[in-house]
Structure formats: C-alpha cells, structure tokens
Write a protein that binds this ligand. Structure first.
Ligand code: SAH
Length: 341
C-alpha cells in the first residue's frame, strides 16, 4: 500500500505509469489531494476503475480535529489532531499583520529533552510522514476558512531530527499545483543539530532558519538543553555563520526568557559578542509556564532587550497570542494524554 500524499507529482507520475495509467493523471490526482479530499471516491473526474484501483493500492491519512480552541482575544486557533494510528499532534493558526501563519508539528513527541518544553516530557513516539505534515496546513486552512500564507515548523518535534520528511514536506508545500507557499514564507526552528544544519545549507533553500539558542554560555545551555552537552555554543555559532555564508540567509535566534537562568546582563553581553560576524536577529520569547517544570518566566525581558540593543543587536519580543487557550505547543497534547489516563 502506498502513502500517495507523501509522493511528489513526479514520483506520482512514475508510480501511475507502473500501474499502466497515463502520467497526466498525476497532476489531476495531486490537485484533488490538495483540495482536501479524504477518499478516492471524491475524485470525480477519474474513471470508476481508476478510483477503485487507487482504493486497492493506496491510502490517505486525513487527521481528525479532536479538539479545537479558539482564542477570544485574538482569533488564534489551536487544533489537536488525531492521526490515523490514534496518536495526536498540535497545530496553531495565528493571525499576524504579515499574514496568516500556521505552526505545525513534525514528530509525535520529541527526544531532545529541553527542560522548559512540554513536547518532550514523554519522549518521542514516532516521526510524522510528509502527508501528515501537509495535512496540518491543509486542514487548518479548510477548517478555519482562513487562507494560510506562512508556515513555521515550531510545533511538536525537532524538524532536523526528521530531516528527509521535512525536506519532502518543503518540496510538496511549495509546489505550484499544491499549496504554493514560497520558501521565504517558511521558518524552520531547530534546537541546533549542527550536522543537519550543514546538510540543510547544501540545499540553499530560501527559508528562514531559526535556532533555539536560549543561552549564550555552555553551562546554562547544557543545563536546559541536553543537545548542548555534545556540541557547545561556540561550534553551534560557527555552524550558523557557515549557514549564512552558504545560503545568504540571515539566521534568526530564539531566546525564551527564564527567570534567574538566562536573563542576566552578562548573558546579554555574551550573546551580543557571540552574534558578531554575521547578520542575525534575536527573538525574545516570554516563557510559557509548563506545569511539570519549575522554570518561571523572566521579569527582565525589556531590560535584556535594551541591553542587547545597546550592543547593536536586532531584537524583537514575541507577541503573546492565544493567551487564553494555552497556545504554546505541546501543552494541549499533554493535557489530552493526562485526561485519558
Ligand atoms: N525542536 C525545535 C522546534 C520546536 S519548539 C526547536 O527546538 O527549535 C519551538 C520553539 O519554542 C523553540 O524555540 C523552543 O525552544 C520554544 N519553546 C519550547 N517550550 C517553550 C516554553 N515553555 N516557553 C517558551 N518557548 C518555548
């Protein structure tokens, strides 16, 4: 059985040819898939016999929205999707001035172990498929009746730990017969897997690479992000500089502000020093409190921002959306798991 929605149109054409069908059917089928059909029966301009053949040889994995929370404050919508095997992941639709953005997941759970993150508490269950990533964008768009122009890979999971799938997802979501979302409208967030960052650079994609830095010194970063214990901040920053040199794309750094952990002036000074040598952008994130974690939000966000700016660093503070619907990723899935136990 074939996961037909994870195939590119070219692969679909080859596969159809092997089934004795003309290659042009690939385009027809691809278009149907991106209209959000959930069965082959709905592909009404295909012959009955081809629809039957698809039914016998291929499958679709449309997710079901098992929970949907709409923020009364700003219209942010959070979806908990149940996948074909019963696992759940989250997506969040956010309405920004620059366009409607969906934040999607790439794995069920996560194995990176960051101390402040709800997604990693029970580890990784499995990788998502390209189709399961596409469907989060597509069905968010269909259900919310909101045209989506931007995508951030900042939901549950580590994108570079599911590298081939994410790359395939990018090809699919970018395709003119599909969702047609341009690379410059996509951000990929990583905890900093250096080998995979180097590998990604080779593709020269015009997406924005966001690196979750969260601390400029090894002692702090290793404490809150286990990934730092094998590769330190210095090597990560070198890799990011290389990424910029290869792709010409400015790297963005995420920095979740944690009370008494990473919000001291000396850390702002060190961060500014580390960023020298390549254009960069720092996004300070007010920490979302996670029930299972003792870490608290910093009260020094504005002071930290000012200190960075005094060194000439470009800084923004992430606006909090969906404050009334616990919209930070991983929290809704945690809640659903706990309630089912
Ligand atoms: N694995 C990827 C993407 C997923 S998380 C990564 O590490 O970048 C998306 C962003 O949200 C990351 O910067 C992550 O560190 C941050 N994040 C996770 N939990 C958070 C919390 N409780 N409060 C604020 N930001 C958080």
């Amino acid at each position: 059985m074939v996961d037909i929605k994870s195939k590119t149109p070219d692969e679909l054409a080859v596969w159809l040819k092997e089934q004795g069908e003309p290659a042009f059917r690939a385009k027809q089928i691809f278009k149907w898939l991106y209209r959000g059909v959930t069965s082959f029966e709905e592909m009404t301009d295909l012959s009955k016999s081809l629809r039957q053949k698809l039914f016998e040889t291929a499958f679709l994995t449309p997710p079901t929205a098992v929970r949907k929370q709409v923020s009364q404050l700003d219209g942010t919508i959070k979806y908990l999707w149940e996948l074909a095997d019963g696992n759940c992941v989250e997506s969040v639709l956010m309405r920004y001035q620059h366009g409607n953005t969906v934040c999607i997941s790439c794995q069920v759970g996560c194995r990176m172990g960051c101390a402040f993150c709800a997604s990693t508490i029970a580890g990784k269950v499995r990788d998502l498929t390209p189709a399961e990533m596409i469907d989060q964008v597509l069905f968010t768009q269909i259900d919310s009746e909101t045209p989506i122009s931007n995508i951030v890979l900042m939901g549950i999971g580590e994108p570079l730990d599911n590298f081939d799938t994410v790359l395939r997802f990018l090809t699919l979501v970018n395709h003119p017969d599909g969702l047609k979302i341009g690379m410059r409208h996509i951000s990929l967030s990583t905890c900093g897997l250096v080998e995979q960052i180097d590998k990604l650079a080779q593709y020269g994609l015009q997406l924005t690479l966001s690196v979750s830095l969260h601390a400029p010194d090894d002692e702090t970063r290793s404490r809150i992000m286990p990934v730092n214990r094998s590769v330190g901040v210095e090597q990560l920053m070198e890799t990011c500089r290389r990424y910029f040199e290869t792709t010409g794309r400015r790297v963005s750094y995420e920095y979740a502000m944690i009370d008494g952990v990473n919000d001291a002036d000396w850390q702002a000074d060190l961060l500014a020093k580390r960023l020298k040598g390549a254009p960069a952008h720092v996004n300070l994130i007010p920490l979302n409190e996670v029930e299972e974690s003792p870490l608290k939000p910093s009260r020094r966000v504005a002071a930290f921002q000012k200190r960075l700016e005094s060194h000439g660093v470009t800084v923004t503070v992430r606006r909090k959306l969906g404050g009334d619907i616990d919209a930070s990723c991983g929290q809704l899935r945690r809640k659903a798991i706990k309630e089912s136990q």
